[in-house]
Write a protein that binds this ligand. Sequence first.
Ligand code: BYC
Length: 472
Amino acid sequence: MSIDYTQRIPNNVDLASDRRLQRALENWQPRFLDWWKDMGPDGTNNFDVYLRTAISAEANGWANFGYVKMPEYRWGIFLAGQDPNRAIAYGDNKGKPAWQEVPGELRSTLRRLIVTQGDTEPASVEQQRLLGKTAPSLYDLRNVFQVNVEEGRHLWAMVYLLHAYFGRDGREEAEMLLERHSGDPDKPRILGAFNEKTPDWLSFFMFTYFTDRDGKYQLASLAESGFDPLSRSCRFMLIEEAHHMFVGESGVQRIVQRTCDLMKEHKTDDVRALGAIDLATVQKYLNFHFSVSLDLFGQEASTNAANYYTMGVKGRYLETRIEDDHVLSDQAFEIDTVEDGRIVHKAVPALSALNERLRNDYIEDCARGLLRWNRVIEQAGIDFELKLPHRAFNRRIGAFSELNVSPEGKVMSAADWKANAHKWLPTDEDRAYVTSLMGPAVVEPGKYANWIAPPQRGINNQPANFEYVRFN
Ligand code: BYC
């Protein structure tokens, strides 16, 4: 069904046929807009931003580009097309038709997963609220705004499910999604990474590379859900997520490129003297964002994850492409975990290891970007390699949180770890240095801050000096 933009809430779910639901969502809409104005990109309500808007939920030709004031962005409800024959692919309900309504016994489990997913979306917008003030170019400014409006729409996606399928509890949860705030000591966001700050653009690019990629893997697992409306929501969200990860990957690559260019040109390692970000600092930010994002996958051995799978609520990454029985009740899976204060590799029941399996898929994917970043360094003839730290490094969730582990995977005493932490994670001084580079936003079309290289091509193939944002 194509998207109906004549409605107050654009949608492809025939919202007009359900007046009660339509009214409930129309009540939530002004609250969302108030939240956007209070907590979204600061001081931007009048800007005309060259944004893409979904025009169809099909894979081809779904995006339309044009200037939009962000509070007028057409947020709405877009589900990927329905497959009337879709069956649940795994667990105890394997082979049964996907559910079009919430099974009573799965109500609280599904609600909790949808709320956790929904909570991350506005959280990231809050985290990125001030970045526009220091954008390194109009191109980057437009990209952070694109990411923000799409996270806003992902919130809409989860709020629709809560309103449409969870009655009064769902409506209350939808309110709460606007009441918790990133870093709020009284009402924080649910997951750790979404209470961290995103104060500068290196952090932003690392966040969109590593944390949005967790989004990709979680959404892909929820896209396997037996609850079909959740599956169809996530399938559409995944299309948008790809751009966010592109922003992260290309952003870090452009920083690395600029640093290498300056190192070569001036024959020096000391690029801080030249106003750029040294590779050692890039590595420290990478260590931080990777380890914080690993925590988002939960415990290595998780009965929650086993239950989600057995019940048919949350599957594995690309479940239907995996060749096994899709029940896993008597299978094993090898994981790294902790025994007697040491990291051990051992086989555990496959069902309990599903979080770890997803984390493995994620780590493999993360490594691909590093290959591309390292190619830039290598091509500049510089002897340096960016590396993913060991999965046990700097963890707060799961078995490794009780150990002190170096980026190379060596277990050490708390005192030794602390004494070395300044080499591995951004120090106050590193953060102050990176912050010092974040000058006033660069607003001249085609110009870039000194610490980042221009992109290889423009958004929607626009020329280098395109005016992506117009200030009014
Ligand atoms: N922080 O059995 P476990 C995105 C809790 S990002 C705080 O391992 P489970 C995006 C856990 O809740 C994707 N608490 O849990 C990116 C549990 O609590 P209870 C977001 C944590 O359920 C960028 C306990 O520890 N989507 O979209 O297997 C920008 C035991 O843990 C954390 C989702 O996360 C943590 N990091 O796994 C914008 C998908 N980890 O039961 C957007 C939905 C665990 O003891 N969520 N805990 O009270 C889930 O699938 C699961 O909730 C989790 C946790 C994978 C997060």
